[in-house]
Design a protein around this ligand. Structure first.
Ligand code: SF4
Ligand code: SF4
Length: 97
């Protein structure tokens, strides 16, 4: 049994703010994703930013990214994810609960 309490998606998102950059710090190549059968990013992204569509591509929105790196660590298709940090002062800002 986990020592950590369950946290709802809404509660998790309410702990952070975002200074959204004009530049996407993560890019996802849908052509590479088409042949991916495991889709780790969809299941693991804590902000639910990877959305599979009926025609086999992945829609991705960088704007509410926690910058945790989970998608980049789990994805095993070379070239699917291009990952950088946002520019200084932009991106996620953690607030106190
Ligand atoms: S980003 Fe990686 S894990 Fe996610 S669908 Fe594309 S290839 Fe698969
Ligand atoms: S870095 Fe984390 S929050 Fe951002 S897209 Fe990847 S898994 Fe989701």
């Amino acid at each position: 049994m986990s020592d950590y309490p369950e946290v709802s998606f809404e509660d998790r998102m309410s702990t952070v703010d975002f200074r959204v950059s004009d530049r996407a710090h993560i890019e996802v190549d849908s052509d590479v994703c088409r042949s991916c059968t495991t889709r780790e990013c969809v299941h693991a992204c804590p902000a639910n930013l990877f959305v599979p569509t009926d025609d086999g591509v992945i829609l991705f929105n960088y704007e509410q990214c926690f910058e945790c790196g989970t998608c980049y660590l789990l994805c095993n298709k070379e070239g699917a994810i291009t990952w950088t940090y946002p520019d200084g002062g932009e991106g996620v800002t953690f607030r106190k609960g």
